[in-house]
Design a protein around this ligand. Structure first.
Ligand code: NAD
Length: 484
């Protein structure tokens, strides 16, 4: 294992029932550095046997010690865990930067967001109430919010810390016991997090982590009859499989899938304010963000002006190794690079407005120059399909209704933003746009741990983040007492 990572745990092990154990199959998977393409170590290749053990451990924890921990104490544990994360922000950020290939400052923001999720859900743990319901004479009726029991968490490689914070954080706050299957391409901070959780006093078995392949450990987790809720973040294709598997066990799923999120820029927009958001929302984490804004819809009267200003920013974008901490890092893998290159080839018939520059980017790294296309038709593949790379298209429109139709014209509906000074238009469009989140004169509101997040259409269903997530990680029981 490379010394640069300076790990205090062994990533070739799984954490099950509070113990670091080798996977039953005794096999490892290679760990690659996206910035260099080099193998820098190995991780555990967990399989069905390990998932079985992890689910059994979670079940025992939920029915045993962890199930008896009060809401107040769960909150305290999450606060302590948040403090441990904050103390280790630099170290966690470095691990994530090397593992995922994201520039250090972005990885640092992820670590701080992870701590913030733990603070938020730690604070919320004892504030989730049931209600009393007026009913027939002689009855007292009330509801209880109870944990599902064992929750499965399948996480992708693009924002491991943030996604673990929002799903595992909310699940633990509500008293569930978790089995976490991180992505095979980036599992190190999941293991680090689980070890910190032990240090924070989380009882054994309340959080178990089994790294491994999606087709092995992932499939075993979402099909396991002992799992009572599945939280999945990843691609649409896998989400469909996860939902089908959960249906067979009749358990609820939360699906956080892809997006093709638009920003609508009207002729009365404050362009100085909009410009940083227009570009950053597309290139953050090299565009490998579910909520990346990959479509910029611009009123035709200002199209050329917006193209010119975005192009100026693009030509100054520097692309290089994660630890060089430039604007854009490498993509996660060679596979992802070839997918994005394929989209760029499809864009050969388009007008390329600008691209960024490679800076000391090693040969073997998975680098792609950020690319901006102008005057793109809304029905082009690059304007409809999720690319998951640093590629943005600018689509001109003439009328407000046309802009809404284009915004709603893909399979997805995750995030959108409206740039306009017209208050009535802001309100009108916020209702008309089909999207889980709509931002007005901003994009993303700086992350927003407090803000419910999730999709419409093929972007998924269910909500994570904010207080809303706590409802998803609990089930409601109605108690009707007849006392005469
Ligand atoms: P993916 O679906 O291939 O993998 C996601 C996770 O699912 C990984 O842990 C993987 O091991 C696991 N997995 C793969 N096959 C599985 C199976 N058959 N059963 C169970 N688990 C399986 O997606 P990806 O390539 O890692 O991530 C990219 C996609 O994720 C993009 O489409 C992106 O938009 C989406 N994403 C969405 C959000 C969101 O919050 N909406 C966040 C991040 C990524």
């Amino acid at each position: 294992m490379t010394q640069e990572l300076d790990l205090w745990f062994d990533p070739t092990k799984c954490l099950i029932a509070g113990k670091w154990v080798s996977p039953e199959g005794g096999e490892d998977l290679p760990l690659f550095n996206p910035s260099s393409g080099e193998q820098i170590g190995s991780i555990a290749r967990g399989t069905k046997a390990d998932i079985d053990a992890a689910v059994a451990a979670a079940d025992a924890a939920w029915r045993g010690e962890w199930g008896k921990v009060t809401a107040v104490e769960r909150g305290r544990i999450l606060f302590r865990l948040g403090q441990l994360v904050l103390q280790r922000v630099e170290h966690l950020a470095r691990i994530e930067a090397i593992d995922v290939g994201k520039p250090l400052k972005q990885a640092r923001a992820d670590a701080v967001a992870l701590a913030r999720y733990l603070e938020f859900y730690g604070g919320a743990a004892d504030k989730l109430h049931g209600e009393t319901i007026p009913y027939l004479d002689g009855y007292t009726v009330y509801t209880l919010r109870e944990p599902h029991g064992v929750t499965g968490h399948i996480v992708p490689w693009n924002y491991p810390m943030q996604i673990i914070g929002r799903s595992v954080g909310a699940a633990l706050a509500t008293g569930n016991a978790c089995v976490l299957k991180p992505a095979e391409d980036a599992c190190l901070t999941a293991l680090a997090f689980a070890d910190l959780a032990r240090q924070a006093g989380l009882p054994d078995g309340a959080l178990n982590v089994v790294p491994g392949l999606g087709s092995e450990a992932g499939a075993a987790l979402c099909t396991h009859p002992g799992v009572h809720h599945v939280s999945f973040t990843g691609s649409v294709a896998t989400g469909v499989q996860v939902q089908a598997a959960a249906a067979r066990n009749v358990v609820p799923v939360t699906l956080e899938l892809g997006g093709k999120s638009p920003q609508l820029v009207f002729d009365d927009a404050d362009l100085d304010a909009a410009l940083p958001f227009l570009v950053n929302a597309g290139i953050q984490n090299a565009g490998q963000t579910c909520s990346a804004s990959s479509r910029i819809l611009v009123h035709r009267s200002i199209h050329d002006q917006v193209v010119e200003r975005m192009a100026t920013r693009y030509t100054s974008l520097q692309v290089g190794p994660a630890l060089a901490d430039l604007d854009v890092g490498p993509l996660i893998s060679g596979k992802q690079k070839s997918i994005v290159s394929g989209f760029l080839d499809k864009g050969n018939d388009l007008s390329k407005a600008a691209e960024g520059l490679l800076k000391e980017a090693p040969e073997g790294g998975n680098y792609i120059k950020p690319t901006l296309f102008a005057d793109v038709s809304a029905d082009h593949s690059l304007a409809r399909d999720e690319i998951f790379g640093p590629v943005q298209v600018i689509i001109p429109f003439d009328e407000e209704d046309e802009a809404v139709a284009i915004a709603n014209g893909t399979d997805y509906g995750l995030v959108a933003s409206i740039w306009s000074r017209d208050g009535a238009r802001q309100m009108r469009l916020a209702r008309k746009i089909r999207s889980g989140q709509v931002f007005i004169n901003n994009y993303g509101a700086g992350g927003g741990v407090e803000l419910p997040f999730g999709g419409m259409g093929k972007s998924g269903h269910g909500r994570e983040k904010g207080f809303e997530a706590l409802y998803g990680f609990t089930t409601l029981k109605t108690v009707a007492a007849y006392h005469g």
